[in-house]
Design a protein around this ligand. Structure first.
Ligand SMILES: [Zn+2]
Length: 427
């Protein structure tokens, strides 16, 4: 039910977003066109997806690569100016909703919908946890405290929502490679796990063009996403990026953001991206073998300047923890953790400190200078009294300061969710 409600919400937002915002079509040469622009639904704080739709026009009909979600209908309307032929195939780089949401818009009788073999299982996994993801997606993508990013900053990426359209199931699945031809253009598909385990890359040899889905974007990748996911294996990313690099593309088309043009530029950027992921992976594994705990490594590991990618979407710290716990799970070797987290001792500490009034007063006092300490203090006070007003107020102060300092869209989503939650308790 929750999924149906979310779907309805998304469709409503899509409708408003379409009217509110124009779509740009970029001619990338060789019959490849990219529809860009999704926009934010009018009057809503919910950020709707910013993902691309690609059409490859051939003399024998057209091929769509990824379909967007909220802007799918607007993308299609714009692309119909160049795409006149029947849609022979829709290729899905992966099963996230912001790439598959527009399938019903494009699918015609006889259109093949093509994905990697793991696609149905990934959808089943997403649907099995639909209640969980409904909550975590709203928290992560539900709206920012400050206005949207100013121009020039990378666009926030799409909600990765567990709401595939009803008729989105592909009818063609492949394991490692798949090749087909439309109007004299050959399409080669490769299994390239990364963002998801069933992720694929589309390669058009005669154009030297690679559609890399979400295995590349303008930020350190979200090797672990806060909304919840199974580990995104760093070494899968590395292998998949190597597969793409080996093709020596001259045009790389990510499903969020702009195309990368020119063989040298493609090589430079994909190599740097791969090396940054590998660096973080290897440093984490080295630290694990040296007996360092996960929090120490989250503090210690930073990228050398020549590999810095920015953290507007993924965060190094979350990725390090994702790699660490992806390898060995949640137990940290501290004997008390066997019985539960140390936070079980909060009420005893708060009593020693003189009660929640004293603790929250201290939190409010340090919020400006040290919002993280303030936040942790309110965790402790609220463990004793979950509706303690002064603690909730101090918490909101701390979260707003953290938000003002943050440049990461996912982090800001969760900070906004924390503020909403505290405000709701105050009412
Ligand atoms: Zn995406």
């Amino acid at each position: 039910m929750r999924r149906v409600l979310l779907m309805t919400l998304a469709i409503c937002l899509a409708g408003r977003g379409v009217q509110a915002q124009g779509v740009r079509v970029v001619d990338l040469g060789g019959g490849i066109y990219q529809a860009v622009g999704a926009g934010v639904a009018g009057g809503s704080t919910v950020r709707v997806p910013q993902s691309n739709t690609f059409v490859v026009v051939t003399s024998g009909g057209d091929v769509v690569v990824d379909t967007s979600i909220a802007a799918a209908a607007a993308h299609q309307r714009a692309l119909l100016a160049v795409s006149k032929g029947p849609i022979r195939a829709i290729v899905l780089t992966h099963a996230h909703g912001d790439h598959t949401g527009g399938i019903p818009v494009w699918r015609q009788p006889g259109t093949d919908v093509i994905a990697q073999r793991g696609y149905p299982e990934f959808l089943d996994y997403t649907n099995r946890l639909d209640g969980y993801f409904a909550r975590s997606n709203v928290a992560q993508f539900g709206g920012a405290v400050r206005p949207q990013a100013p121009a020039g900053r990378p666009p926030s990426r799409a909600p990765v929502v567990g709401m595939p359209p009803v008729d989105s199931r592909p009818n063609v699945l492949f394991d490692e490679t798949h090749r087909f031809e439309v109007g004299g253009t050959t399409f080669e598909l490769f299994h390239t796990p990364g963002e998801t385990p069933e992720h694929l890359t589309v390669w058009i040899p005669k154009l030297k063009a690679a559609f890399v889905g979400d295995n590349y974007y303008e930020s350190f990748p979200n090797l672990y996403t806060l909304r919840g996911t199974r580990p995104r294996w760093a070494l899968d990313y590395v292998d998949s990026l190597n597969k793409v690099l080996a093709l020596e593309p001259e045009l790389v088309l990510p499903s969020h953001g702009d195309a990368i043009r020119g063989r040298d530029e493609v090589k430079r950027r994909l190599t740097k991206y791969r090396d940054a992921i590998l660096y973080v992976h290897d440093a984490t594994v080295k630290g694990m073998n040296e007996g360092k705990d996960v929090l120490t490594l989250m503090r210690e590991i930073t990228l050398p300047p020549e590999l810095a990618l920015g953290e507007s979407y993924g965060r190094l710290t979350w990725s390090i923890r994702g790699i660490y716990e992806g390898y060995v799970g949640w137990f940290d070797g501290n004997v008390s953790t066997m019985f539960g987290p140390p936070s079980q001792g909060y009420s005893a500490i708060v009593a020693l400190a003189g009660g929640p009034d004293r603790v929250s007063a201290r939190a409010q006092e340090v919020a400006d200078q040290d919002p993280l300490t303030a936040l942790y203090l309110t965790d402790m006070a609220l463990a004793v009294d979950p509706t303690h007003r002064a603690s909730l107020e101090a918490r909101i102060s701390a979260l707003k300061i953290l938000d003002a300092r943050s440049n990461n869209s996912n982090e800001r989503g969760w900070l906004a969710a924390g503020i909403r939650q505290a405000e709701a308790k105050l009412k």
